[in-house]
Design a protein around this ligand. Structure first.
Ligand SMILES: NC(=O)c1ccc[n+]([C@@H]2O[C@H](COP(=O)([O-])OP(=O)(O)OC[C@H]3O[C@@H](n4cnc5c(N)ncnc54)[C@H](OP(=O)(O)O)[C@@H]3O)[C@@H](O)[C@H]2O)c1
Length: 313
């Protein structure tokens, strides 16, 4: 009863790095590995650099997803595309449940979320470090009231995924990357989306500005450690013996190997941008309301979303 695995986001920073290490990883045997892509060039790259079969499918189209997952008898889906909604994931989980009904095989779904949803921005507890083995984390997450309304649908996406999967007998996992750093190893995007906002705002204003009071910290993880955590979860799913990795309400994986103070991160960026002549000097200044407006314009987002992109605790 070997598994067929579908990796999405294969051209992305996280998904590409995972694809790059999958073939050489010490995994239990599986049947086919499919990589979801969107162009002919990406399909060619997948064939050249991995053991995966490229596959295209509109992830918002329920019928297309159903056909793809059932047709290829996919039993494991790694979703690394979109943390903000659960539309595609819902379609995929339902299709996995149908594969289970048809084949009797265990089916698994990993959703990739983000640390912002377990932070001050999204109404998570900030009086203590939150760990993924905290009792009742799912209920805590479910009761969060996001300070920034735009964060709410993404919190809701995690809850929906866990509860829908549970009701359909699909093993679900919510993988929560933080600030992932280091050069990616995939064929597509090799730059983490996380620190780009600091650079873009600084480039537009010719200075790095801080957006929080005090010295808040944020969890960090090197891309190799992040990839290895995906691989160990996958190893647990593919192993025919023993129970699956903790899943459902106990299936949150807060993937951090340490923490960084935002001010230290800003200082490092400011030094690097000063050397390149992108900012005037490496002094960090607190953002005034006027500066926040300009940062929002540079990032193409409302003012209240600026701190969500480059600060928080
Ligand atoms: N990087 C981090 O540090 C970090 C931290 C926390 C959370 N996350 C979350 O993890 C997920 C992956 O992040 P990433 O850093 O790998 O982002 P990324 O480099 O921008 O990659 C996104 C991937 O999703 C694919 N994609 C987007 N829309 C799609 C669609 N409609 N159909 C099929 N594929 C689609 C992209 O394909 P194309 O190449 O064709 O556009 C690309 O492969 C995101 O949800 C992100 O919010 C990332």
């Amino acid at each position: 009863m070997l598994h067929n695995v579908l990796l999405t986001g294969a051209s992305g920073y996280l998904g590409g790095s995972l694809l790059a290490r999958l073939a050489a990883a010490d995994l239990p045997p599986y049947d086919k590995l499919y990589a979801l892509i969107r162009s002919k060039n990406q399909a060619q790259a997948v064939r050249q650099c991995s053991n995966a079969t490229p596959l295209t499918c509109d992830v918002k189209d329920e019928a297309a997803i159903h056909e793809t997952i059932i047709g290829n008898e996919i039993t494991v889906v790694l979703f690394l595309i979109d943390a903000s909604s659960s539309v595609s994931q819902t379609h995929m989980i339902k299709a996995l449940a149908d594969v289970k009904a048809k084949t009797g095989k265990d089916v698994h779904f990993i959703h990739t979320s983000g640390a912002k949803l377990f932070s001050s921005h999204a109404g998570a507890p900030t009086d203590r470090a939150l760990f993924d083995d905290e009792q009742g984390l799912h209920e805590i997450h479910k009761q969060q009231k996001a300070a920034i309304p735009a964060a709410h649908p993404a919190v809701q996406a995690n809850v929906t995924i866990i509860e829908l999967a549970e009701s359909l007998g699909v093993y679900a996992y919510v993988f929560v990357p933080c600030i992932v750093y280091g050069e990616g190893e995939g064929f597509g995007n090799r730059i983490s989306i996380q620190t780009v906002a600091i650079c873009r705002a600084a480039q537009a204003l010719r200075r790095v500005y801080s957006v929080d009071e005090g010295r808040p910290t944020w969890p960090v993880c090197h891309i190799t450690d992040n990839t290895n955590l995906y691989l160990s979860l996958l190893r647990g799913m593919l192993s025919g013996s023993g129970p699956p990795p903790p899943h459902g309400r106990n299936g949150y994986y807060l993937a951090a190997s340490g923490a960084v103070t935002w001010l230290d991160l800003y200082a490092a960026v400011a030094r690097a941008l000063t050397k390149r002549g992108v900012v005037d000097d490496d002094t960090i200044e607190p953002a005034t309301p006027e500066v926040l407006k300009k940062m929002a314009a540079a990032l193409g987002c409302p003012e209240e979303m600026v701190a969500l992109q480059l600060g928080g605790w």
